[in-house]
Design a protein around this ligand. Structure first.
Ligand code: SF4
Length: 74
């Protein structure tokens, strides 16, 4: 477990592609341009956080479940 999880609310996604630009190992876009979470997400949590914070509609949410696990990952 990486110590965090991220959720995409596709009902709020505009398909701008910002999340996939900031964290391409974790987000991609489907045929309609809507964000899709890659399984497993493959970016450092700080990159995920940047993507989440940069989403213009607040469609992304990051939940920290184990800060110690994140710190171990470096
Ligand atoms: S940044 Fe937000 S609105 Fe843009 S594609 Fe990603 S989830 Fe959708």
């Amino acid at each position: 477990m990486p110590g965090w999880s991220v959720h995409v609310d596709r009902t709020r996604c505009l398909g701008c592609g910002v999340c996939a630009a900031y964290a391409p190992g974790s987000f991609t876009q489907d045929d309609e341009g809507l964000a899709v979470l890659r399984d497993p997400p493959a970016d450092p949590v700080e990159q995920i956080r940047t993507a989440v914070d940069s989403c213009p509609t607040g469609a992304l949410s990051l939940a920290i479940t184990d800060i110690a696990a994140i710190e171990r990952e470096g």
